[in-house]
Design a binder for this molecule. Structure first.
Ligand SMILES: [Zn+2]
Ligand SMILES: [Zn+2]
Length: 1020
């Protein structure tokens, strides 16, 4: 077996499709799972993706992170469950189905028929579950795709019923009558966490100042401010701040401003209790309402008139005030956001449609003081984007006061990455209100609440309990969804009367929150085959319902990962349910990440034309490139995603490809045969120092990668790997190149070892390229090697090959060389021109490597000592210092510019009261005449730039070698072809170095008798 040649650049997309097919055909994933079965367990629980639309590129970020760590644990031999989840019911599915059916209100859904509507919802879920599965496979995600969980399964629903029953038994469940955010299009209330999930949009609304005439005080009015004209017909009170000063002018009372003249000034408390005429007292809704002034400490003195119009049926704070002051609650709008019957001329119109009629009526009645417009941030529905209203309704709540502290305690046991999200979770828990779990909708978890007129609230906890207590309708109950469940009444446990279920369905976060219990078989006595894929999920997957022993093995999750929004959603709901049922967190570690933006940092929107579809990205970038970009990103910051950055990644990944290609090319020419045993103890050849360094450098890579995987920190994975490949390519190969022109075993075996171990370590990040390179480097040419990189295990670090001191030394050497190149660049001399001397300061560990430095920088002598510089200039390293210093940057920059700084040991500086480390500044030292100087991070080099005849001649020889080698390439010669060179007479002085030239260009002979003005070559 021999190495197969590589094309000059990889075709990522084609290569990935080939690998996918090969994995399938070879059953690699199944074999890996088999290999790990019974091993130590790693429990990952997948947060469900909504099976509602194709996957977006933002989902690809999360799914990449999941796969990277699940794969890593698999390579390390951990036994895992690999269960993918789909979120299948609730508002998001309903809204998309409504759109596709052209339905636009709850009435239209009911006309369409709930059974039919449920069928369409299920079809949509089945369709998109398949689409997402295909996209996820394409991304390289390894999951047990025939074993997905679907949250609309009857089993999942039953587990939630059980939870709700437990909540009821603790006395936490209650029916609340309160003002909640309401989406008039979806016709349902929106919970606190959904409110945060929605967007605040900049919207324009009317801004009105309106007079409310005071009773018994002729000619005096209150002036109130409002941006919601539709709430004025539901006004019952006006609130003032008792300790604020109000002034009367032109008959209107408003907050008194300083240095203004008023006819009268009074404190707010003096106005409290006054009665006034409401603006629409003639409406039937207003019958019997006595309008009066109430005291409220939270009246804003910042905007408006300092007098707040109170409509308890249309605002949260207004509603709370109605309880304190015993105010009448007038509910002005129905489910669809239209004014109700009792609002006379406004009845049947939307809140927007009544704006102008209300303004006109106020003007007619002489009550309008001022009408303008205002643009402000306003909450919208997270599903459909409709501006939210406030409406007083009955909703079901879970009280959270008793669970707040236990949830905070549970969160204290969780390790968050990045760590600051732990505090975000705490903040949310400290501020969370009672959980509004009911939605007035159709295709969702049916709340198992059966309130009886006798006062008893019956809560059903399981299907068996329902069967036992049902008084009819069981024969038509095909699954636990509306409309079927609504046809099953039960007998009240207190009075025996027949009672019916409330019509509400549950918050979708209940569906996803129960997963750590429902999918793992909590309290289930015996495993049931296919026992999870029940009800609506039947036929969609083959998921079993495991038994309780299984739950004990896999709960809590060792690790979960979702985006930051899930702090208020999934992380919150699984934690809420788990702390309720088991008193502890359902996860030990969590990785979370921010938002995905376009490459210019703007949000992606289809309507802006900057959205990227996942399919298109996978086709154009390739999955590995996408995965690399996602891994490279600090998850605590938004990612800028796009084809520009992808191109950049693709270009950088070429260094690895070219390094493999280099090895393969020369292995084919020289007949090198790799052996498997080399991967175990390292090559037992006669190693040169550089070989020992690369072997040690590889151990360092493995250690760094292992540490990064173990702390779930992907930027360190890509960072370590990239710096390793740079060392391998730009130091090892560069310095050893000629050893590959003949069969130098030690060099081939060392490079092969390093490349293979590197490919194994990076496999979880870019599985396709790693698998492909494994085929090229190992599976192809080595007999009896594992056929997949993922069956080969982790490249364990070898203590015998490790040498931290050597790795550190070479890293300093590379630094010196880099500075040497910088110094040369400032001198304007060609890279090829040999120079006389380099002086190096602050790089003692590099002393043993003076030869390598000489070779790399083409200098005759390297001296370690003090660099004599005539001038020192220090500038701020802006990308580093900017974020650190903020506003202080200006002062520091000015001090550095003025030369007002002090040098610190270790290469740092002190300026304007700040200590700047070596990495935070850019140091320029101007050399003495005839020297070029460069420095940074504590190392300084000085390069002698004056030339003598010997150096000049050598420079010309090197130019010639370069030219001849270019000619070889242009002539299409093979790397091994020998040539004859003919030089013009004018270059005959270069023949002093004839042997050197011959060696470098593979010439058998150099002639000077051609008569041409230019050098010529011919194949020998
Ligand atoms: Zn909505
Ligand atoms: Zn009863």
């Amino acid at each position: 077996m021999a190495f197969e040649p590589l094309p000059s650049v990889p075709d990522h997309t084609a290569l990935e499709r080939e690998i996918l097919a090969w994995w399938d055909e070879q059953g690699i994933f199944d074999e890996l799972r088999e290999q790990n079965r019974g091993g130590e367990r790693f429990s990952f629980i997948d947060g469900p993706i909504t099976a509602n639309n194709p996957m977006g590129v933002h989902h690809a970020w999360g799914r990449t992170l999941k796969d990277v760590f699940v794969r890593y644990k698999a390579v390390r031999g951990f036994d895992q469950r690999y269960q993918n989840g789909f979120d299948c019911q609730g508002l998001w599915v309903e809204v998309e189905v409504e759109k596709s059916l052209g339905l636009n209100s709850k009435r239209e859904i009911e006309e369409y028929g709930l059974a039919e509507f449920a069928a369409r919802c299920k079809e949509r879920v089945a369709e998109y579950a398949e689409v997402i599965t295909e996209q996820s496979r394409r991304l390289g995600m390894w999951m047990d795709w025939d074993n997905d969980y679907h949250t609309f399964s009857d089993t999942n629903i039953e587990y939630i019923w059980r939870f709700l029953k437990a909540v009821h038994e603790r006395g936490w469940l209650y029916k609340g009558h309160r003002s909640t955010p309401w989406c008039p299009r979806c016709g349902t209330s929106i919970s606190q966490h959904e409110l945060f999930a929605g967007e605040y949009k900049e919207l324009e609304h009317p801004s009105l100042f309106v007079r409310f005439p005071l009773k018994g005080r002729e000619g005096e009015s209150l002036v109130v401010w409002t941006t919601t004209p539709w709430t004025l017909p539901a006004n019952v009170a006006a609130a003032v701040r008792p300790d604020a000063e109000y002034g009367l002018r032109d008959g209107g009372w408003m907050l008194a401003r300083e240095k203004e003249d008023y006819e009268h000034v009074a404190r707010g408390e003096d106005l409290v209790g006054l009665e006034y005429e409401g603006p629409f007292d003639e409406l039937p809704a207003q019958e019997g309402v006595v309008h009066r002034v109430i005291a409220w400490d939270d009246v804003s003195l910042e905007e408006g008139s300092g007098i707040v119009h109170i409509a308890p049926g249309a605002g949260t704070e207004d509603f709370e005030l109605s309880r304190v002051h015993g105010l009448k609650v007038l509910v002005a709008i129905d489910e669809s956001g239209r004014m109700t019957e009792e609002y006379g001329p406004f009845a049947g119109r939307t809140t927007e449609e009544v704006e102008q009629p209300v303004i006109d009526a106020l003007r007619e009645r002489g009550l309008l003081v001022e009408a303008g417009r205002i643009v402000h941030r306003y909450p919208t529905c997270w599903r459909c984007g409709t501006p939210l209203l406030f409406r007083v309704v009955d909703d079901w709540f879970i009280a959270c006061d008793e669970i707040r502290q236990p949830m905070l305690d549970a969160n204290a046991t969780v390790e968050w990455t990045p760590a600051f999200y732990s505090k975000r979770m705490d903040d949310w828990l400290r501020n969370m209100g009672d959980w509004n779990i009911s939605r007035k909708r159709y295709f969702g978890l049916p709340l198992p609440f059966y309130p009886c007129t006798c006062g008893r609230l019956n809560v059903i906890g399981s299907r068996a309990e329902l069967d036992g207590r049902a008084t009819g309708g069981l024969d038509q109950l095909q699954e636990l969804h509306r409309p079927w469940i609504d046809e099953v009444p039960i007998a009240c446990e207190a009075c025996g009367e027949e009672v019916r279920r409330v019509t509400e369905v549950g918050d979708a976060w209940l569906d996803a929150g129960i997963i750590p219990f429902s999918t793992l078989g909590w309290q289930n006595p015996e495993r049931i085959e296919g026992g999870y894929a029940t009800g609506a999920a039947e036929g969609l997957s083959g998921a079993d319902l495991p038994d309780h022993a299984h739950w004990e093995q896999w709960f809590p999750a060792d690790w979960i990962s979702e985006m930051r929004e899930q702090i208020r959603l999934w992380f919150y709901s699984i934690s809420f349910m788990s702390v309720t049922l088991e008193g502890r967190s359902p996860y030990r570690k969590v990785l979370t990440y921010e938002k995905l933006l376009d490459e210019h940092g703007r949000e992606m929107h289809r309507s802006w034309g900057n959205a990227i579809l996942a399919d298109e990205a996978l086709d154009r970038m390739g999955a590995d490139v996408m995965r690399w970009m996602f891994c490279e990103q600090n998850p605590g910051q938004n990612i800028k995603f796009g084809y520009g950055p992808a191109q950049e990644v693709r270009r950088r990944l070429l260094t690895l490809w070219n390094s493999v290609s280099f090895l393969v090319t020369y292995a084919r020419i020289e007949g090198y045969k790799p052996r498997w045993a080399d991967l175990e103890g390292g090559p037992d050849a006669e190693l040169q120092p550089l070989d020992r360094w690369l072997l040690a450098r590889t151990q360092r890579l493995v250690a760094e990668m292992e540490a990064a995987y173990e702390r779930y920190w992907t930027p360190a994975l890509t960072g370590s790997f990239e710096s390793f490949v740079d060392d391998l390519s730009n130091w090892y190969i560069r310095r050893s190149r000629r050893r590959f022109y003949s069969l130098d075993e030690a060099a081939f075996r060392t490079l092969w070892y390093a490349l293979v171990q590197g490919v194994r370590a990076i496999g979880p990040v870019m599985p396709f390229l790693a698998e492909h390179l494994w085929q090229v480097l190992v599976a192809g040419p080595v007999a009896d090697a594992p056929r997949s990189v993922f069956l080969a295990g982790w490249p364990e670090r070898s203590e015998a090959l490790a040498d931290e001191a050597l790795v550190a030394e070479v890293s300093v050497v590379r630094r010196v060389v880099e500075l040497g190149r910088q110094a040369r660049a400032t001198s304007g001399l060609k890279l090829r021109q040999p120079l006389r001397r380099l002086v190096v300061e602050g790089a003692a560990p590099a002393e043993a490597h003076a030869d390598e430095i000489r070779g790399e920088l083409r200098v005759k002598e390297v001296e370690f000592g003090e660099v004599e510089a005539s001038e020192l200039r220090v500038k701020p390293n802006l990308p580093v210092l900017g974020p650190k210093l903020g506003k202080e940057l200006g002062a520091v920059r000015a001090a550095l510019e003025a030369g007002e700084f002090e040098e610190l040991p270790g290469g740092g500086f002190r300026a304007a009261g700040h200590e700047l480390s070596a990495g935070e500044v850019l140091v320029e030292r101007a050399g003495k005449e005839g020297w070029a100087v460069a420095g940074g991070e504590g190392v300084t080099v000085a390069l002698q730039t004056t030339l003598d005849p010997e150096l000049e001649l050598e420079g010309r020889v090197l130019d010639l070698i370069h030219e001849l080698n270019s000619m070889r390439k242009e002539a299409g010669l093979d790397l091994t072809d020998r040539i004859v060179v003919t030089l013009p007479e004018s270059l005959s002085d270069l023949l002093a170095h004839a042997n050197w030239i011959k060696e470098e260009v593979l010439a058998v002979e150099i002639r000077t008798d051609g008569g041409s003005a230019e050098p010529e070559i011919a194949k020998a």
